[in-house]
Every structure is written in C-alpha cells, then in structure tokens.
Design a protein around this ligand. Structure first.
Ligand SMILES: [Zn+2]
Length: 407
C-alpha cells in the first residue's frame, strides 16, 4: 500500500509539497497539482449549476461577533485561530462558511417560492489541527471546501434536499470510480444529549432530526452505521467515511441537518399565507475539501489519473530529428483544441521516451516516425495498448469524447 501514499506520490509526481518555510499544514500546489484541483473545481461547479445551486463568493474572514452569533466561537473555538485585530475590531479566519451564507440570505426577504435556495461556494477555510494530526493533503490547516447551505421551507423539503445532496455525492463518487464498502462507508453521526458543552441543547429537536436522517437513509436502502457523539454542534449528519493508504479514516463528504442556526440567525421566509415562517437548513459538502479528495484520488489511482484529471493528457514522441517539425505541428493542434499536451523533443531513443512517459503515467502517447509523417498521422497508444495510426483531428475527437464523459 505504501507506494500509493499520497504524501510520497505528491512530490514525486510534482503535484504538491509542504514547504517548512511557508508553514506546517499549508500545502503548496505545483502546476500539475493545481491543474487537478482546477478540474475538480470545474466538475463540482458544473454539476451543482445543473442541480440548481446558486454560487456566491464571500470573504475568508469576518468579525468575531459573527461567530459568537452562529455559536462557532463558543462551540468550535479550539479549531479556530486567534483573532486578528483590525482598526480596534477583532476578525477571525473562517473555519466554516455557514455564518457568511446566512448573512447573505438575510440581505433581503424571501418568499416560499424561492425555496429551497441552494447557496454554494468553493470556500477557503482555516482550521487549527495539532501538528501531530497533520497529514499531507488529508489533514491541513487551510483548505477549499465545496460547501453549500440549503434553506428550506419545511422539514419535508429539508429531507428531500438531504436526498438530493446524497444523489449528487453518489454521482461524483461514481465518476471517481469509488465503491461502497470497498472505498467508502456511510455513517449516521448522532449527538449526545448529556454533552451540552459540545452540542446545542434541544432534546426534542435532536430526536426529531436524527429520526429524519435515519429515515432518509433507510428509504434509500443503503447500509450505514450509527455513531454517537460524532454530530455537528447544531445537528446530526450523514458522513461518507473513507480510509487512506495508511488506513486512517476521515470524513470525505457530509450532509447535515441543522435545527439551530435558523433560530440563531432568525432565518425566515414569507409563506403562502403572507406570514413570516421559520426556515430549515441543510449544510452539505459535495466533493468535500478539495485537498482531502485529491489525497484520496492520488492514492486510489496511484497517480494514474483518468484522462479528464491527468495533468498531462498526451505526449507527442518524434522518433528522430526528421520527425520533429510534424510532431510540433500535431502538438500545437492538440493544444489549440484544449488538450494538455507535451512534446518530447529530447535526443533520447524512442524506448527511453516511452519509458519516461509511462513512469509519469501520461495517459496517451503519440508516436511519430517516417510512416506517420508521410501519412500525416500519429500512432496513438493508450494505457491499455496501441490504438493505431490516426490523424490529428481524429485523435482530438477521441480524446475530447473521453474527457467530456469523464470516463
Ligand atoms: Zn455549514
């Protein structure tokens, strides 16, 4: 298993590294790693837009009073960094996006017709992790969460939205080729009525919301375990748990039911009868923390990323000097079509060029020799072997289809 360890593969494949001069738990993404991150972010935004999410952008820090209002400051203080003083006011680096999104919802009154309102953001968050807990991209001190808060009119609508969020997560998990039972498991994370320091006190609301999530899971017919004392301070959650190459388990994706914040922020909507009503909130991450998801995917694929995620999707390999001009032409053609391509114009033998590309796990190789120059083609080779001699535009068409399907 160790050769899959993302902490080892990340620097080896030039994806990311941790620079002690920058600081512990603060990953530095190299161009190849930043490419994967960008593709994941595009994927999540594309899917969320299709499913009616409204993307917003809010600041990475906010006044301390906002976190007192949300309850994060009393309940979650140990995971937050010390306040920053600006013009005699105290500001906090945000550990969560919720208070920002609730404030944004409050900016104007909303009608029941606007609900459910799915407010989403790729949000940079900052959480204190003890140095002993830090682990590559899996446990970091700042990360980008694909976060959303869904404001709902009724409990039934909230239950439906929990289902919708799970549909989205399962779709993404499927694209990543992860398997239930093998790569991940479901956990219903419950509160603890006796621990009023950790959890918001409201026994009835806990009972009701835990039952609601349990029912959603049972109706979906998927296996899950229940875990006490693993909930958020504002309500129970459904967690998708994954293990890394070292066997350490973490929550990768989560859907949470919140009966607390709507009161604290006075989140309301105007009902059909014209009166103000209390809203319900679902918190959810879709693709989770991008860094953590990248750690899992680096290990899952052992660096051999599917085409849509591969930092370098194709490499053109001219056999000799005489083939370089046409090879450059083909490389330019692919690049203009948006394919991430490189040209290996070194003086190495073809065998060496192929070995180098395979070590770097480049998905497609385009070999160009005398026959290919004469026919204005390139011999395409994928991870599963030779595809054959094709024109530049046929290669583009084939690769594009594979990229678009995220196959
Ligand atoms: Zn939240």
């Amino acid at each position: 298993m160790e050769e899959r360890d993302h902490k080892k593969l990340g620097p080896e494949l030039e994806l990311f590294y941790i620079d002690p001069e920058v600081g512990k738990g603060l990953p530095m993404f190299l161009p190849k790693g930043a490419t994967i991150k960008r593709e994941l972010e595009r994927f999540v935004i594309e899917e969320e837009v299709k499913r009616g999410y409204l993307h917003v952008h809010t600041p990475d820090l906010a006044r301390l009073e906002l976190y007192e209002k949300s309850g994060h400051y009393p309940h979650y203080q140990d995971s937050m960094y010390a306040p920053i003083e600006i013009d005699e006011e105290r500001y906090m680096l945000r550990p969560m996006t919720c208070p920002h999104h609730f404030q944004l919802y409050l900016q104007k009154p909303h009608s029941y017709r606007e609900l459910p309102m799915r407010i989403a953001e790729l949000a940079q968050l900052y959480r204190y992790e003890q140095s002993g807990e830090l682990m590559g991209l899996q446990r970091v001190r700042t990360f980008c969460l694909a976060d959303a808060h869904i404001v709902c009119a009724t409990e039934q609508q909230a239950a439906d939205e929990v289902g919708g969020a799970l549909d989205l997560i399962e779709y993404m998990i499927g694209v990543f080729r992860l398997k239930l039972g093998l790569d991940y498991r479901y956990r219903l994370s419950l509160g603890d009525r006796t621990n009023t320091e950790k959890y918001y006190k409201n026994d009835d609301a806990w009972e009701k919301s835990e039952a609601l999530l349990r029912e959603v899971m049972q109706k979906r017919g998927c296996d899950f375990e229940e875990a006490k004392n693993e909930a958020a301070f504002y309500g129970p959650k459904i967690d998708i748990q994954m293990k890394n190459a070292n066997g350490k388990e973490d929550t990768a994706f989560t859907v949470q039911y919140d009966f607390c914040m709507p009161d604290r922020f006075d989140l309301t909507y105007v009902g059909e009868d014209g009166t103000k009503k209390r809203a319900f909130v679902v918190h959810r991450s879709s693709i989770g923390a991008i860094e953590r998801t990248m750690a899992l995917l680096i290990e899952k694929y052992a660096g051999a990323f599917p085409l849509w995620l591969a930092p370098v999707q194709a490499r053109v390999l001219p056999i000799g000097e005489a083939h370089q001009a046409f090879a450059r032409e083909v490389a330019e053609q692919l690049k203009a079509a948006g394919i991430r391509v490189e040209l290996d114009d070194s003086n190495e033998s073809l065998g060496k060029k192929i070995r180098a590309a395979k070590t770097e796990k480049v998905p497609y190789l385009l070999v160009i020799g005398d026959a290919e120059v004469a026919a204005k083609q390139a011999t395409l080779e994928g991870r599963n072997g030779k595809v054959g001699a094709l024109s530049g535009s046929d290669i583009i068409q084939k690769l594009k289809a594979e990229i678009t399907s995220r196959g």
